[in-house]
Design a protein around this ligand. Structure first.
Ligand code: NAD
Length: 973
């Protein structure tokens, strides 16, 4: 482990043979540059590797020793030095002078180059400005030097004449922090504002610019931006730009055809770098997690075959789409050579591209054969460098990699060079199901707003809803729509004026009638078989699905959610209906425990009338979830939405009625919680209260429901899901790209109005300043506005009271507390009466500060600085709440401590702390956050049921059915 060979050869060799070691080794390489002290390095080495039995004994010994010993220190220094050496194999330097040296050497060896600046995720406008400036400097700084170098004909000319020597590759997403495929026009504006100066300078200096491709989410918008900007008058006749097509994508050929049409219209050629694609793992994993179609071919030979078809297309159209065949696979490259020859493509008209540090011999081979070979040469700082390095290591050690097999002396050339179509025929067919049902249930996929049809559908729904605003809604009691008054006026929080709808405010007398209706409907509903009740739920789920965009649009307007958040709200409602149906089927089977002569069945009965009291912040999902659970278990329901969202409640009532649920089984009762809440909760005919909302109201309901008023013959059950003061810990070794974005979204999405939102960041002193610098930039780059616009990240808070409450709480802060990041509302175009509150981050907050203890339910984040991870856990746990918590850390030991010791119902490691999905993350807290039930989890329905056990003695006169037969021979046999 002290030697360079270990890192170069042994590590790769082991990694290939041992999946567990590979994961540990690559994870360690990834975290290494963030470790500031030798102690930290040895601590991580130990945590990552001591369990790996295949490590050589001396290395294990050193790891187990004292980190402060000479051996420990040497180990740390050695690890750092050797990892750096390994990185240098793939990364051409940290600075421009360093990289200039490398490319000079490359040119001496007869290679062309393209430079890629490795960078961290761009989370702010400041970082996007820096990225732009670095490319401007690169083009400016390199042009003069490189153009003065002696000419090298094969790399500097094509079949027509000279081509740019300076060639850079950039990522469009790094030019705009709000790069958002759901908002193509805002993204186009933001990206091109920083892109045009780069293109202008490149054109002026005779440099080439390639737009790199990243994950599939960004593909359509990347192509769109490139096409739109390159057809502008200024760039229309400029041939020195390039794009990437990834052959592992099923869309690859379609995209090439579109591009070809576009390039023909434009009248100037463009270069297309054809690659297989570097994000295969990411694409398959995320598609499976989201339940979206897998965009990539899942079998390697299919990508290879597509690569060959794309090669042929490019060669056939080389005058409009100049082929840059980027591969390390000799079969793919040989195929390109053969097709070019067959189609008589002039020699200089196409080139080969390879990555720096990979497949050097093959590059030389092609160069010697006279082919122009361009080396993709990344450079930059060590932290982003390591992420790049790990991608290369993965590629080199992947089972599917040509590079890996090419180094295997036993590899069979006939197999290595096999036609991918033949290779594909020999493999089992593709498995395309991304979201296989888990125990009969699959989450409803979220809508992909990167797809134009989905955006159009949402815009159409918003327009439809615009035309239906101001409608009048009714109470629904025993199937009758009643409209005693229209006192509940719901307004759009984004402008504070537009009336979304008017609903009656129910009176205590209405509450009595609703309970009476539910009581009357109970016996018949209880006797409706569970299977039928499940079917009603599934019909309702279909109803919601059918009206998906429309419901999302209503949510955007009534409670101010962004498109994505509103869509997730509807998807979660659908999930609750389907999931509880599936759970009820399991429960309906009961539990049988038979012993000879005795038959035992444990089965479940509904409790009776359930009152459902919901908050406005998940106006559809939570109301649906609690109602669905009550219904499917055979209870009848009085459904009370929050006063701020009666229209969504009415729409849900519509959907339930359309599903055919009988009259009186669900009664819809919008109204003022303070007025009708108490009579509902106290009502002697009510058996269960399912509440989600604030702690204050939840505790009062719990207290009231504990009483047994005259006429009540049962103990009420209360489910109370309440608030949170959720903390996310940022450990010293955290991946700050992920930590900054994770905290940003958890704290400010939906203006911080989620019970799961992060309102405290507990940050280790070692990374505090760097974290704060990046978070500040990110917060100050947020877009505030009306959520009906797709690019808006932070909308209004729910109403004037909420705004006033937040502002008041921020008036008298402790002396040490400092406003570290915020935005000025006057910089945004906001309706004057909208309830906007700027996002705010406070530092210097101490544990006893109200800012660290009281739920504010708005876009406010308190940052607490701590010295050790143990202190971080202590601080995170030091509130009355226990709802969600998160940790960003790359220390296996610290993650283990967090699993064990964090006090929260939902703990998230290395991701944001919001966005729980039904079944995958059963949701709910304890302490003063809730009574410990988990919505969307396997225990939830039990709360709505009474378990009853029936025991029958089946023995009659010594005879029992199913009694064990005697095994001994009978007399006389
Ligand atoms: P809220 O407590 O003000 O209102 C919730 C519901 O209770 C509304 O329908 C309201 O009309 C009703 N209500 C008000 N007073 C009542 C009374 N005296 N008796 C009976 N009902 C009464 O909460 P909110 O502002 O709508 O929602 C925000 C709160 O909800 C936050 O504290 C948030 O953390 C919490 N929340 C928790 C979860 C969770 O799963 N733990 C989920 C979402 C929201």
């Amino acid at each position: 482990m002290f030697s360079k060979r270990f890192w170069d050869d042994r590590l790769m060799e082991w990694a290939m043979g041992d999946e567990a070691l590979k994961v540990q080794a690559f994870r360690f390489v990834d975290v290494l540059p963030t470790l500031r002290t030798h102690r930290a390095v040895t601590k991580h080495l130990r945590e990552y590797f001591t369990d790996v039995s295949r490590l050589p004994a001396p290395a294990r010994l050193a790891l187990n020793g004292d980190p402060n010993s000479m051996v420990g220190k040497a180990l740390a220094v050695g690890a750092r030095w050797n990892a750096r050496q390994m990185a240098e194999r793939f990364i051409a330097g940290e600075t421009v002078p360093e990289v200039l040296k490398t490319v000079r050497q490359l040119r001496r060896e007869g290679f062309a180059f393209t430079l890629d600046l490795l960078g961290e995720a761009v989370v702010s406008d400041i970082e996007a400005d820096q990225y732009q400036q670095q490319y401007l400097d690169l083009i400016e700084g390199l042009s003069e030097a490189v153009n003065a170098w002696p000419e090298n004909e094969p790399t500097d000319t094509d079949h027509v004449g000279p081509i740019p020597r300076v060639n850079v590759s950039l990522k469009l997403s790094a030019l705009f922090p709000r790069f958002n495929p759901a908002d193509p026009s805002g993204t186009y504006d933001g990206v091109t504002e920083r892109l045009r100066p780069i293109l202008r300078l490149a054109k002026e200096r005779g440099a080439f610019v390639n737009f790199d491709m990243e994950q599939y989410d960004f593909k359509a918008i990347t192509l769109e931006i490139a096409k739109r900007v390159l057809i502008e008058e200024e760039f229309r006749d400029w041939p020195d730009a390039g794009l990437v097509i990834q052959a592992y994508l099923r869309d690859a050929e379609q995209d090439l055809e579109d591009l070809n049409r576009w390039a023909n219209d434009r009248g100037t050629p463009i270069t297309v770098r054809l690659v297989k694609g570097a994000y295969w793992d990411y694409e398959t994993v995320t598609a499976a997690a989201r339940g979206w179609p897998v965009p990539v071919y899942t079998r390697k030979p299919d990508s290879d075959a597509c690569f060959e078809r794309c090669t042929r297309f490019l060669m056939a159209n080389h005058e409009t789409l100049r082929p840059a065949i980027a591969s390390h696979n000799l079969r793919s490259l040989a195929h390109a050579e053969a097709v070019a020859e067959a189609l008589e493509v002039p020699d200089g008209a196409w080139e080969v591209q390879m990555l720096y540090g990979m497949a050097g011999e093959q590059a030389e081979l092609l160069r010697d054969a006279g082919r122009r070979v361009r080396i993709y040469t990344p450079f930059g700082e060590p932290i982003p460098g390591m992420a790049y390095l790990v991608r290369r290591l993965l590629e080199n050690s992947s089972n599917d990699s040509f590079v890996r097999h090419a180094h295997d002396p036993d590899a069979d050339p006939a197999e290595l060079f096999m036609n991918p179509v033949t290779a594909g025929d020999a493999e089992p067919p593709e498995q395309l199901e991304t979201n296989p049902p888990h125990g009969g249930f699959a989450n409803e996929p979220l809508t992909d707003f990167a797809i134009a049809e989905n955006r159009d559908a949402m815009l159409a729904a918003l327009e439809q809803v615009e035309g239906e605003l101001g409608g009048e809604y009714s109470l629904v009691i025993d199937g009758r729509s009643v409209q005693p008054n229209l006192n509940l006026v719901s307004r759009d929080p984004a402008d504070g004026v537009t009336v979304i709808g008017k609903a009656p405010a129910a009176t205590p007398r209405d509450a009595d009638s609703a309970v009476a209706a539910a009581k009357k409907a109970f016996p018949a509903w209880m006797r409706t078989g569970p299977e039928h009740r499940c079917e009603y739920l599934e019909l309702a789920a279909d109803g919601l699905r059918h009206r998906r965009f429309e419901l999302s649009a209503w949510i955007v307007r009534e409670v101010g959610k962004s498109w994505g958040e509103a869509d997730a709200d509807v998807a979660e409602a659908i999930d609750f209906l389907n999931y509880y149906a599936q759970q009820m089927r399991d429960l309906a089977a009961g539990r049988v425990v038979d012993v000879p002569g005795e038959h035992n069945v444990l089965s479940y009965r509904p409790r009776g009338v359930a009152v459902v009291i919901a908050p406005w912040n998940f106006p559809l999902a939570i109301l649906t979830g609690m109602t669905a659970a009550a219904l499917v278990t055979g209870n009848t329901v009085v459904m009370k939405p929050a006063e701020q969202s009666p229209v969504i409640g009415a729409l849900l009532m519509d959907v339930l009625r359309d599903a055919g649920i009988p009259d009186g089984v669900v009664n819809y009762l919008p109204g003022d919680g303070e007025l009708i809440g108490p009579p509902l909760v106290k009502h002697p005919d009510v058996s269960l209260v399912a509440f989600t909302g604030s702690r204050e109201v939840g505790l009062s309901i719990n207290a009231e429901a504990a009483k047994t008023p005259p006429g009540q013959d049962h103990v009420k059950t209360v489910l109370a899901e309440m608030g949170g003061k959720n903390a996310v810990i940022v450990d010293a070794d955290a991946d700050l790209d992920e930590a900054v974005l994770g905290v940003l979204h958890s704290a400010f999405d939906y203006a911080g109005q989620k019970c799961s939102a992060c309102s405290r960041a507990v940050v280790l002193a070692d990374c505090h300043d760097e974290f704060m610098k990046r978070l500040k930039g990110a917060v100050e780059s947020l877009e505030i506005g009306e959520p009906k616009r797709p690019g808006v990240q932070v909308g209004p808070v729910i109403d004037a009271d909420s705004k006033a409450r937040i502002e008041k709480a921020l008036k008298n802060l402790g002396e040490e507390v400092e406003l570290a990041a915020t935005l000025d509302l006057s910089d945004f175009d906001l309706p004057a009466k909208g309830h906007y509150v700027p996002p705010r981050v406070f530092t210097g907050v101490t544990q006893d500060d109200p800012l660290a203890n009281d739920e504010l339910f708005g876009p406010v984040l308190a940052v607490l600085k701590v010295k050790t991870f143990a202190e971080a856990i202590e601080v995170a746990n030091a509130t009355d709440y226990a709802l969600t918590a998160g940790v960003f850390s790359r220390s296996p030991e610290n993650l283990e401590t967090a699993r064990r010791e964090l006090v929260a119902g939902n703990i998230y490691l290395n991701r944001g702390c919001t966005g729980a999905l039904v079944n995958r993350q059963p949701f709910g807290g304890y302490k003063l956050s809730g009574v410990g039930t988990k919505a969307g989890g396997p225990d939830y329905l039990h709360q709505f049921l009474v378990p009853v056990n029936v025991t029958e003695n089946t023995m009659r006169r010594g005879f029992a059915p199913g009694a064990a037969k005697p095994s001994a021979p009978q007399k006389g046999e």
